[in-house]
Design a protein around this ligand. Structure first.
Ligand SMILES: C[S@@+](CC[C@H](N)C(=O)[O-])C[C@H]1O[C@@H](n2cnc3c(N)ncnc32)[C@H](O)[C@@H]1O
Length: 195
């Protein structure tokens, strides 16, 4: 996971917002990369991971804050973080343009938005995936989108300088081994981008 987070652009000293962190391990891995001078804010809509994370971060040296809330309503002030990470969450978000607009709002000028999610999955495979997820009563994750094409991501990040990479072997997720993409966009100026 550390290598993927590095590729997302996370480096020492940054203030990182991780949207939909899911488990405390992800926050700890980010904490290890940003070090003592950096900070991590984990935002998660599901109360259970929030409760678990709050119980386990107390002893960690890096500044880690845990917030319960939605990607569509980020409870942070304008231009307050260096990097927003949204890893494996995009396909669950209900209002994507609103969420992306909020992610950009909280980024400092020249900050980085890093999106990691599934490349398109064939419809039949997506249905199969959803059925198995329902049967196994996977409570936290709700897959609503059968993966994103490069064009869809480009449209979503239209106002930005964007770098898109389809990730290879190391970028596969879940028991179906769905290939991932990484899209990094830079917020160029204080008054640019989506609002
Ligand atoms: C598939 S898990 C990914 C967890 C982790 N980021 C990873 O890569 O392993 C998706 C997570 O996003 C959270 N989530 C889904 N929609 C969200 C939203 N609109 N706002 C905040 N969190 C959300 C879910 O509760 C879940 O914990």
């Amino acid at each position: 996971m550390i290598e993927l987070l590095r590729q997302a652009g996370i480096t020492e000293g940054q203030a990182v917002l991780d949207i939909g962190f899911g488990s405390v391990e992800e926050l700890l891995a980010i904490g290890a990369l940003v070090g003592k001078q950096g900070s991590v804010i984990g935002l998660e809509k599901n109360p259970e991971p929030v409760r678990q994370a709050l119980a386990s971060v107390k002893e960690v040296p890096t500044k880690i804050s845990i917030l319960e809330g939605l990607a569509e309503q980020i409870p942070l002030s304008h231009e307050s973080v260096d990097l927003v990470l949204c890893k494996g969450v995009l396909h669950e978000i209900r209002d994507l343009p609103k969420a992306v607009s909020g992610m950009v709002r909280v980024l400092k000028p020249h900050g980085t938005l890093a999106l990691i999610d599934f490349q398109p999955i064939p419809k039949a495979q997506f249905l199969f995936y959803k059925i198995i997820a329902t049967i196994s009563q996977r409570k936290i994750c709700e897959d609503r989108h059968p993966g994103f094409s490069r064009e869809e991501i480009t449209e979503l990040l239209n106002p930005y300088q964007m770098e898109y990479r389809a990730l290879g072997e190391m970028g596969r997720l879940g028991w179906l081994e769905v290939p991932l993409f990484l899209a990094r966009a830079t917020k160029a100026l204080a008054d640019s981008g989506l609002r």
